[in-house]
Design a protein around this ligand. Sequence first.
Ligand code: SAH
Ligand code: SF4
Ligand code: F3S
Length: 469
Amino acid sequence: MERTTVISPADVEQQLEHCRAVARLTAQWAQKPLAFVDTYGCQQNEADSERIRGYLARMGFGFTDSEEEARIIVINTCAIREHAEQRVFGNVGALVHVKRRHPDTLICLCGCMVQQPHAAQRLRESYRHVDLVFGPHALWKFPEMIRTLLTQRGRLFSVQDEAGSIAEGIPVARQDRIKAWVSIMYGCNNFCAYCVVPYVRGRERSRKPEDILAEVERLVGEGYKDITLLGQNVNSYGKDLEKPVDFAALLEAVNAIPGDFLIRFMTSHPKDATQRLFETMARCGKVAPVLHLPFQAGNDRVLQVMNRRHTRAEYLEKIQAVRALIPDIVLTSDIIVGFPGETTEEFEDTLKVLEEVRFDALFTFIYSPRAGTPAAQMDDPMPREEKLANFNRLTALQDRISEEKHAAYVGRTVRCLIDGRSDDERYDLTARTPGNRLVRINGDPSALGQFRDVSITGANKWSLFGELV
Ligand code: SAH
Ligand code: SF4
Ligand code: F3S
């Protein structure tokens, strides 16, 4: 692997020149150029798709949800679990019919999945209707690749293994007008034994604080109310910068930006979550009282084999420390059930952590072997049924806890951000508590984007229900 490269402003400007060239081309098409961008995976991928859309908009494209109408189809993929990959291959396979009906349509695959050699090879050999394949490292060159494909025949693959790059100045077309993602760093250095992310996203590299602050200032000026700072391990932000800054200092600086908005961040790695971070969170009024702190497993032997570099006791100490400073903090976590060699007895230590911490919500996963990771080589004797049974015990316990925690909101009045339209037809709108719990309410869409007092009138294990005060 090479070291991180900083893409120069001149290189990004050259990509924008490619955008203008494509825009001149598409302006001559008989039909309005439309693109379809489909995103799998995490917020990092959502943020990347907003940059792809930003570039496409500069190339003169509008957007559609129909693959039939689109002249460019981009599928931004995820590799975190087998299931994510199967869905992509299934959907890409089905696009062969679209390509047959519309041979001019460009089919592009990008993101984490295609950065894996086995996936790129499979696309090369068995999915010949796919025109362009590029990994996260090549995203900044998207306009150049599209220009090449629109002016020459053939397929293009850009999936070299790299430590990764940082590029500023790529246009962003955001999907939401209230909530915004801001990547503060890319990549991961942790190499948890089960995880593919360090292999596909490269090494940790941080954006300069001044670039991040300028972006947040701009967003607040545009009326954004909810800013999420993104990174695989935000607590190690800044370690690679010439003038090192830590994440707490960055948080403090974002908090000092004038305006009425909330700051969230994810993800924090327990080994790097410090007292200093918790104190900063407690002191900074705009930082939302919520912490997503994945612990993956409750047993120390399993944690060690996972290469998480913290023990269960250390994790619980951090939880205690943050609660001592922010008593009503909302806590969420990620858990893997069925890591290779985890016994049911060891799994029960995970249940104990749930009882002890009483998280507000969890993201729970059954272990999925990923090619090239150490865990994929480990003995994994537990039958799938037993893993499933354990998984069901875990979710049943968390459902009970979530329901109890949600019930405690009933009768309270909470200042919430009205953030969207409700998909549940009995309610008009959705709102978020400062801790990001979902509240369904009735009210006029003109309230969208406002912070309003909501009186909580009901709850179930998934969400809260309330009325505007
Ligand atoms: N950087 C974040 C997590 C990124 S991936 C962190 O360290 O917390 C999101 C979650 O997916 C992980 O926390 C983990 O719980 C889960 N995950 C990652 N690899 C997995 C695998 N191979 N099988 C099952 N779950 C996995
Ligand atoms: Fe994966 Fe671990 Fe990095 Fe998170 S910290 S992205 S789980 S390797
Ligand atoms: Fe995210 Fe999936 Fe990549 S979880 S970092 S899109 S592997």
